[in-house]
Design a protein around this ligand. Structure first.
Ligand code: HEM
Length: 439
């Protein structure tokens, strides 16, 4: 495969990861490799290779070691960085917590919390809709995960901790190595303080669940009481899984919703079609899970938004053995980055790829896509465990917001496109003016 030398790519990657991927694929093809610090890193937007890594040869790949090291102090052995038999056991224990029946039960919380947010929106005022959506998704994930009473101030403590930790993880990602715990910088000190704050909340909720011995319907209760032949999860494992779920289920969803808002603001004719559908299907009712199968256009909007501006822009795997897949020889230890962001620009599968075109998502189109061409939630055994949760949450939130408010941007405002842990609009956020629908 086409290869590239070391220093240039590292600097380019650090400067702008999104541009590096898109331009790299445009210049070097659907699969190319670079060598950084003696490590081969392959970038691919080729469906056959992606499907082989995610699905048919998933057992030959783990999460890359340098990423695990970076996440270790924070996520420990949580589901995202875990591998092998330990991952398998944890996955089996946790998966029933994401059963459709359990997830469906969170629908009311999702709508209640969205309505609470909207009750603060004053017509004519300027707001950063990204900040609102970050707060909303965090409230939803903490309520459904821990059944935490937001009024207790825990949600804002979690929010502050997440901001501090994310900032540090981005810094570590740029260095390609994590700073050790003793590293004497203010940012590093803040990271460990934030981790400690999160742990305190988790220990408190754990003690409460154990004392009362009741399953309160939240995911944490499920994890505390889940058992297999080897018993239940240790306190450390519960801590790791809880932080992993807050981390995996918060920014990702908030940014996917933020980009959907942006795309709808840019395409008022599409926003109008969504509202037509909402009026037709919901009438004057609040959205419920029973309505979701009928909101087909809104679902297409979401699928297209996850394609055009994916919040999770790439994910990586490390080959555990030498192997040849889709015609590429991969040596043991090679990291493969699946460039979901670059895949969405691939004209072979997405004609008129730069256009936001929800109409493309017909049943025939989906059938015609080769396996591996659309994987915003990954695929195979390591598919996002929160995929149904996230899709439902985004549909519930969008249906609730869009029937009442017009997606728009402050006149002349254009966001930045920052590719860090997730792809987001940067510190200027997504500035909008609150405008009631039809007003
Ligand atoms: C739009 C929202 C979301 C997107 C685009 C997304 C995407 C992804 C992707 C691409 C992966 C694979 C990462 C990798 O292999 O390195 C993943 C894994 C995961 N996600 Fe999500 N995710 C979203 C929301 C959520 C939510 C809401 C939750 C939980 C409440 C969640 C929980 C997880 C977990 C636990 C994993 C690890 C699964 C495993 O390896 O067993 N995600 N997600």
């Amino acid at each position: 495969m086409p290869g590239r030398p070391f220093i240039g790519p590292l600097r380019e990657m650090q400067a702008d990861r999104g541009r590096f991927l898109i331009e790299g694929h445009a210049r070097y093809g659907d699969t190319f490799s670079v060598r950084i610090f003696g490590r081969d890193i392959v970038f691919t937007r080729e469906p056959a290779l992606i499907n082989a890594i995610n699905v048919t040869h998933a057992q030959s790949f783990h999460k890359p070691m340098h990423i695990k090291m970076m996440w270790e102090p924070f996520l420990g052995q949580g589901l995202v960085p875990n591998d092998g038999p330990s991952w398998k056991r944890q996955h089996k224990l946790i998966m029933p917590g994401f059963h459709k029946r359990r997830v469906d039960a969170y629908a009311t919380t999702m709508v209640d919390f969205t309505e609470r947010l909207l009750s603060h929106w004053v017509p004519g005022e300027q707001r950063d809709v990204r900040a609102d959506l970050l707060e909303l998704t965090l409230e939803i994930v903490t309520k459904t995960l821990f059944d935490i009473d937001i009024a207790a101030g825990d949600a804002s403590a979690i929010h502050r901790a997440m901001v501090d930790i994310s900032e540090r993880l981005v810094g570590d990602a740029d260095l390609l190595i994590p700073r050790p715990r003793w590293w004497p910088t203010e940012a590093n000190r803040r990271k460990y303080k934030a981790i400690h704050a999160l742990e305190e909340i988790i220990w408190r909720v754990l003690a409460d669940r154990r004392k009362n011995g009741e399953d309160r319907g939240d995911l944490f209760s499920h994890m505390v009481f889940a058992r297999d032949d080897a018993g239940g999860m240790s306190d450390k494992q519960l801590r790791d899984e809880s932080i992993t779920l807050i981390f995996a289920g918060h920014e990702t969803t908030a940014h996917a919703l933020t980009w959907t808002w942006y795309l709808l603001a840019k395409h008022p004719e599409i926003a109008a079609r969504v509202r037509e559908e909402l009026t037709r299907v919901l009438g004057s009712e609040r959205v419920t899970v029973e309505h979701l199968p009928q909101l087909t256009y809104l679902e297409s909007v979401l699928k297209e938004s996850l394609r055009v501006l994916p919040s999770v822009w790439a994910y990586a795997r490390e080959a555990q053995e030498d192997l040849t897949l889709a015609g590429y020889a991969l040596r043991k230890g090679t990291t493969v980055t699946i460039s979901h962001l670059a895949m969405s620009q691939n004209e072979t599968y997405y004609p008129d790829a730069a256009r936001f075109l929800p109409e493309r998502w017909t049943r025939e189109f989906e059938k015609s896509l080769p396996k591996g061409a659309y994987t915003p939630f990954a695929a195979g055994p390591r598919v996002c465990l929160g995929k149904q949760f996230a899709m439902m949450e985004m549909l519930m939130v969008l249906a609730t917001v869009l029937r009442r408010f017009e997606p728009n941007l402050v006149h002349g405002f254009e966001p930045d496109f920052i590719t860090e842990l997730s792809r987001h609009p940067g510190p200027r956020g997504m500035q909008m003016i609150v405008q009631p629908a039809g007003g």
